[in-house]
Design a protein around this ligand. Structure first.
Ligand SMILES: Cc1ncc(COP(=O)(O)O)c(C=O)c1O
Length: 362
């Protein structure tokens, strides 16, 4: 069996140990004689899985006791609807403030305007989202029900290095492409959400971490299965949840713990990203596309100075087991997504290839 280094943005590479563990107990989960995906979401065995997933998340992400963990159907974009439906009525004027730092923020805004008055308080659209836009908190209406940001912009390779202080306005963050890749002070946030498919597990489910006092503002028309209170009260098991995704997340969290937790992974992520950014910055053959001070450690975006060589670069990389490096169509060029599961050796292999390609084509 040959496994490639998978630089895809998501669904993305998962740790090999996690895949092997899942395979080894797939047919017979811990002596039950059935797979975890064949048994009830209300069984004793699954109950232990979901409890342990919660426990590991509280521990690894350092989540305070006044927060709830929810496993919500529908992936990250479903949260673009769920967030306003659950929170816009925190203030009777139904106002919310959004920072538009990329395509996913734009989609979140598009969805939110169905439910209230949305102000875009900062945007980097005019520079094709090559940076996190400057945010003046003084310009954010204090009556906003929440302030929404995308902490890491998967397509553009930018991230918030520091998060804004929002005082009494709950900060809501889409952390889909970076949750558990860096240490956070969860207290800074009202809601954090993340689709699982980058650092956490398979696609189709979102992890939502919500401060308890924000659970009671849902618009009356909010579907039961998008109401955060329903998930909080029923331990995300009001109906049949995606048991396989939760089980896979538990394995990923166990792997993360075995590898030193978020502190160790953050250091490793910085080292991995620095390898590739150094290769870009020490050559005029490659051009980084994100402003240096906003660079992401999860998604590294760059172009070739001679664009005509891009297809050749991508196909030769592919032939060498460096998979899915093509940049998103909004940016073009190359994007290396290097989530927690990407080993340093994968980034080194990419850098070796970049140097070799440059030598042969400069
Ligand atoms: C930052 C961010 N938000 C939202 C999404 C959308 O996720 P989903 O496809 O689970 O709806 C993505 C997907 O890549 C993303 O990177």
């Amino acid at each position: 069996m040959t496994r490639v280094y998978n630089f895809g943005a998501g669904p993305a590479m998962l740790p090999i140990e996690v895949m092997e563990k899942a395979r080894s107990e797939f047919l017979d989960y811990q002596g039950v004689g059935a797979s975890i995906i064949e048994i009830s979401h209300r069984s004793e065995e699954f109950d232990a899985v979901i409890n342990e997933t919660d426990r590991l998340l509280f521990e690894l992400a350092n989540i305070p006791d006044n927060y709830k963990i929810l496993y919500v159907h529908g992936g990250a974009q479903m949260q673009f609807s769920a967030v306003p439906m659950n929170l816009i009525a925190r203030n009777p004027e139904k106002k919310a403030a959004y920072v538009e730092s990329g395509n996913f923020a734009k989609l979140a805004i598009k969805e939110a305007i169905r439910y209230g008055k949305i102000s875009v308080v900062a945007s980097s659209e005019t520079s094709n989202y090559d940076r996190i836009p400057e945010l003046e908190m003084a310009e954010v209406d204090q009556k906003s029900s929440y302030l929404y940001i995308t902490s890491n912009n998967t397509i553009y390779g930018t991230r918030w290095q520091q998060f804004p202080s929002t005082d009494n306005i709950p900060l809501v963050a889409d952390m889909t492409s970076e949750f558990l890749s860096r240490e956070l002070d969860i207290n800074q946030f009202g809601i954090i959400f993340a689709g699982l498919q980058k650092n956490l597990g398979p696609a189709g489910l979102a992890l939502v971490i919500i401060r308890e006092d924000l659970l009671d503002y849902a618009l009356p028309e909010t579907p039961n299965l998008l109401t955060y209170r329903t998930y909080a009260e029923k331990h995300s098991l009001s109906n049949t949840n995606n048991t396989f995704a939760i089980y896979m997340m538990k394995l990923v969290l166990e792997w993360l713990k075995d590898h030193g937790g978020v502190t160790a992974l953050e250091l490793q992520n910085e080292t991995k990203a620095a390898l590739i950014y150094d290769a870009i910055d020490t050559s005029s053959f490659y051009l980084g596309t994100a402003e240096v001070i906003y660079r992401s450690t999860m998604n590294v975006t760059f172009n070739l100075a001679e664009n005509g060589l891009l297809d050749k670069f991508l196909s030769q990389a592919h032939a060498q087991g460096l998979y899915a490096l093509k940049g998103h169509r909004n940016v073009g060029g190359v994007r290396a997504s290097i989530y927690n599961a990407m080993p340093t050796a994968g980034c080194q292999a990419l850098v070796n290839f970049m140097k070799e390609f440059e030598k042969n084509h400069a």
